[in-house]
Design a protein around this ligand. Structure first.
Ligand SMILES: *Cc1c(COP(=O)(O)O)cnc(C)c1O
Length: 415
């Protein structure tokens, strides 16, 4: 028996340590479809509570949209349940190619290849297109999946300070001798909800002959005037060499992702990216669902326009109530509390008030930057947002943080 009592004890102690540090991740169970209102079992065994969900990535409110659900059913009926193979052995279905073509059109790129997830797209893309003679220069706040993909690549890695264009330029100069230089960032950064300055970044990349990769997972479908993404917002469509994104957020919220961009770079992924070669491709049912999502948003901006209006209302309401927010204009609206315990207390009280919003603290965000990250959805109606705002104000009053500055909150609660 290899799993001895000693070994078991070692893991138990480790888990207890995580618990003692207050870092144990406790799952909550949702007993309904993902939507603006959900039925949550929390704590485990407690009766179900109907709450307004303001912490999902369901930006366009499409996770349970009847037309998407119907299209998924039809896909299931016409193309079956599973592929039972990776693509380079059995191939893929016509609908997979159709979705790749739709994404290429939507994102304004040259070609697209699907991956089982954006995590997989990011895991595969760097090693597929770079060698040890190249350098990857990434923003210091990029998503964990980009960090993992960078780790799997043999190219040299360097970073620049978050959104600091001067520092990025210094790094581009420092690495001028490398064969290829690839600048890497998130389009919208998931914890702060701020955006990469893609216009300035593209100009720098052109000046120093570098390529640029943007992970637009928190943007695709709603950032930019027609929802194409951060590159549309900054007027640089067609100039981003590689876009990676997910279908697990705004684009229906199920799963799957892609690499989209320059034809040769996408082809390199088909030839070399390991998650593409060695992991099953997306299930037909999900491909059919995402195709319907593309139908709904390709020539119709109603949902992203509603999301924009909802976001304005939500940011304005919280600001006027006297909360400290992170500046920005994306649907990610962090309510800053600075103290880890305070973020947990506020989250718990909000839940009692019928609002589901989770507190984030170190190591998910920097030490002393604890917050409640709220995320607005086009699935929210005004009455949801009004009720959620009332709950925030009630709880904010209880903890006496309304109208208080960052320094005052930290003085009272610590950080
Ligand atoms: C959520 C997210 C991912 C992971 O997407 P999955 O398709 O769920 O694997 C990757 N990158 C960023 C920036 C994300 O926010």
């Amino acid at each position: 028996m290899a799993y001895s009592d000693d070994i078991r004890k070692m893991y138990k102690d480790t888990l207890q340590g995580i618990m003692d540090a207050g870092l144990f991740k406790q799952e909550r169970f949702i007993h309904s479809p993902q939507a603006a209102e959900i039925d949550v079992e929390f704590p485990i065994g407690a009766p179900l509570k109907r709450v307004i969900n303001i912490c999902a990535n369901n930006y366009l409110g499409l996770s349970s949209h009847p037309e998407v659900v119907k299209a998924a059913h039809e896909g299931l009926d016409s193309r079956g349940y599973g592929m039972s193979s990776v693509r380079f052995i059995c191939g893929c279905q016509d609908i997979h190619k159709e979705l790749e073509a739709r994404l290429t059109e939507f994102l304004g790129t040259e070609d697209t290849v699907l991956f089982p997830s954006c995590m997989d797209a990011n895991a595969g893309v760097f090693e597929a297109i770079l060698t040890k003679d190249d350098v990857m220069i990434s923003d210091r706040l990029v998503h964990a999946s980009l960090i993992d993909g960078i780790r799997l690549a043999s190219a040299l890695h360097d970073t620049y300070k978050h959104n600091d264009m001067e520092h990025l330029e210094q790094k581009l100069q420092l690495h001028a001798d490398k064969r290829q230089k690839l600048v890497i960032c998130d389009g919208v950064f998931s914890m702060d909800g701020d955006t990469a300055k893609l216009d300035e970044m593209v100009a720098l990349c052109e000046k120093y002959n570098a390529m640029i990769l943007v992970d637009d997972s928190h943007s695709s479908g709603f950032i930019g005037k027609t929802g194409r993404g951060t590159h549309e917002k900054y007027g640089v469509m067609g100039k981003i060499d590689v876009i990676t994104t997910t279908f697990g957020k705004g684009l229906g919220g199920a799963s799957g992702g892609c690499v989209s961009g320059r034809r040769e770079l996408v082809e390199m992924c088909r030839q070399k990216a390991r998650p593409y070669l060695f992991s099953n491709t997306m299930a037909p049912v999900i491909v059919a669902g995402v195709l319907k999502v593309m139908d709904l948003i390709m020539h119709n901006t109603e949902r992203r326009d509603k999301l924009e209006r909802n976001t304005e209302f939500w940011r304005k309401g919280l600001t006027e109530a006297g909360f400290v927010l992170k500046d920005g204009d994306t649907p990610i609206v962090p309510v800053m509390l600075f103290n880890a315990k305070l973020s947990q207390d506020v989250s718990r009280d909000l839940f009692h008030e019928g609002v589901y919003a989770i507190g984030f603290f170190f190591p998910v965000v920097p030490q002393g930057a604890a917050r409640i990250r709220t995320q607005v959805s086009a699935g929210h109606e005004m009455h949801h947002l009004e009720k959620a705002l009332d709950a925030f104000i009630k709880v904010g009053k209880k903890y006496e943080i309304l109208g208080k500055t960052k320094a005052e909150i930290i003085e009272r609660y610590g950080n």
